[in-house]
Write a protein that binds this ligand. Structure first.
Ligand code: 5GP
Length: 173
């Protein structure tokens, strides 16, 4: 698709952020380019509009940027999956391992119903730990995760393998 090149070139790479040796993929420059940003959303909408998806679950923080316009366009609800202690109501949470230590994501109880079909969206997959936790959280309450989608995949980190047989769709690798 000839829209991909424009999306790829709108993503800025910042070396040594947030620590030395990391090449940070900065999507804020993609948001500054209305054509590339719209093409990003359009590519996801074209893929998911006829897949009977009722939930778009976005992972904090950058899943909150790409998730809502996709949800609106396909007629699904948007559910935020947040860092710990941010959601005001009763939550269910899922812990996941990082290189050093653990982290957690949370979702409001009652945000989704058993039997719903979900798309999980984030800006980037690295090790896959975040997306795995989001999948587990949704599946624990009986939601079928149809697919995960990211703007960017870092293939060297093998996050796709960590997702097992769960399909992953990415625009830029
Ligand atoms: P994972 O859990 O797959 O190892 O890491 C993915 C999470 O870390 C995502 O929520 C993503 O936003 C964030 N992340 C890790 N590295 C980068 C990066 O280079 N750029 C951006 N934008 N996010 C990153």
């Amino acid at each position: 698709d000839d829209r991909i090149a424009g999306i790829s070139s709108a993503i800025r790479v910042i070396p040594d952020f947030p620590k030395p040796g990391i090449m940070f993929q900065d999507i804020t420059t993609l948001l500054l380019d209305p054509v590339a940003f719209k093409n990003t959303i359009d590519l996801f909408v074209e893929r998911y509009k006829d897949k009977d998806i009722s939930v778009v679950a976005g992972v904090e923080a950058r899943g909150f940027i790409f998730g809502p316009p996709i949800a609106l366009a396909i007629g699904a609800k948007f559910v935020p999956m947040r860092k710990p202690n941010k959601l005001p109501g009763a939550v269910i949470s899922e812990e996941y391992s990082l290189e050093y230590g653990t982290d957690k994501i949370e979702m409001h109880v009652g945000a989704v119903q058993e039997g719903e079909r979900a798309l999980v969206i984030d800006d980037l997959i690295a090790t896959g730990g975040t997306l795995c936790a989001a999948i587990n959280l949704l599946e624990r309450v009986g939601v079928k995760v149809v697919e995960c989608a990211c703007v960017i995949e870092l293939p060297d980190l093998k996050g796709r393998e960590r997702l097992g047989d769960k399909p992953l769709f990415v625009l830029v690798s």
